[in-house]
Ligand binder design. Structure first.
Ligand SMILES: [Zn+2]
Length: 94
């Protein structure tokens, strides 16, 4: 990512964190190197051969058909919930 793109994301995160604090909501940020697109949301197998042009893939471990962005969203959500639970928070809706 370019320095400008990094700065834009950093600015976005700062504003989002501020808004969350103001609304008394929790803000959770996952590791930017977490392989959210490459991880099967069903079995958590990491598909190392996934390239950017592949928008969907079949998990070689469990056979799950994954759409790249949807799988990433599910994995990011799971990581966020794990961080909240690790921090002692109760998550009501998963
Ligand atoms: Zn799988």
């Amino acid at each position: 990512m370019t320095p400008l793109a990094d700065a834009a994301w950093g600015n976005f995160y700062n504003k989002l964190a501020y808004k969350c604090r103001k609304a008394e909501k929790l803000f959770v940020q996952i590791d930017s190197f977490y392989p959210s697109s490459k991880t099967c949301p069903r079995c958590l197998h990491k598909f190392e051969d996934l390239i950017l042009a592949m928008r969907q893939w079949i998990c070689p471990h469990c056979g799950q058909h994954n759409q790249r962005d949807y799988a990433a969203a599910l994995n990011i959500k799971r990581q966020g919930i794990m961080q909240l639970k690790a921090g002692g928070h109760t998550v009501l809706r998963q």
